[in-house]
Ligand binder design. Structure first.
Ligand code: MG
Length: 217
């Protein structure tokens, strides 16, 4: 997936993919993590992207791959040290994403104080729907999220539960990295994460934004 698309079929080359960890309190608690003072930020490579309808390939170097349903934010305009009040001016669209995570490998790396990249960035670890233009979303900080696996509800939340709003996330990330058109931000996941297995069908939905369907090989 070298192009990302909008609902109207318009296509765009993806830039960097930036993930935010620990942004929903109930998810922080379920993993026994501390509430971060500084945002927990990581990157996934472009080669991790998987289009809607695609197939997740579980890598052989880990045993436990978890789903994380997240609101994805597409940057449409370059910015550095963006002020939160103006941050939504930099957003081109929103999509449904999964931040797939090799939890056993991530735990091992975290214990050693090592970077998590290989637990977060494997091929197909970033399923992504098409984007809805930003002007069609009245409030990105009040959207219901729902993930079903094999028809059963597994994650349910609202972006109002985020500890950092979309505006605050953009402002904070842009302190560290210049944001550029095509960059994609994953805004964190609510509680309910668990492993996926071969043959599973994942269906993520975000109110007003759309849906994403992928299966596991
Ligand atoms: Mg995540």
């Amino acid at each position: 997936m070298r192009q990302i698309s909008f609902h109207n079929g318009k296509q765009l080359s993806p830039g960097k993919i930036i993930g935010l960890g620990r942004n929903y309190l109930d998810h922080i608690r379920e993993l026994g993590n501390a509430v971060p003072e500084r945002a927990v930020i990581f990157c996934k490579p472009q080669s991790s992207l998987l289009a809607d309808g695609g197939t997740i390939i579980l890598p052989e170097f880990a045993d436990e791959c978890h789903y994380e349903l997240e609101l994805a934010v597409l940057i449409g305009k370059a910015g550095k040290k963006i002020i939160a009040q103006h941050a939504l001016d930099y957003v081109a669209g929103y999509a449904v994403a999964l931040d797939l995570t090799l939890r056993d490998l991530q735990s091992e790396l975290k214990e050693k104080g090592l970077p998590w990249d290989i637990a977060k960035g494997f091929d197909t670890s970033c399923p992504l729907s098409s984007f809805v233009p930003a002007d069609q979303i009245a409030d990105p900080n009040n959207l219901n999220l729902l993930l079903k696996i094999n028809g059963e509800v597994r994650q349910q939340g609202n972006t109002a539960q985020m500890m950092r709003s979309v505006e605050e996330i953009i402002a904070e990330i842009s302190i560290y990295f210049t944001l550029e058109p095509g960059d994609i931000i994953l805004t964190g996941t609510p509680a309910g994460v668990a492993r996926i297995n071969s043959g599973d069908l994942l269906e993520g939905t975000i109110e007003q934004v759309g849906s994403l369907k992928v299966s596991v090989a």
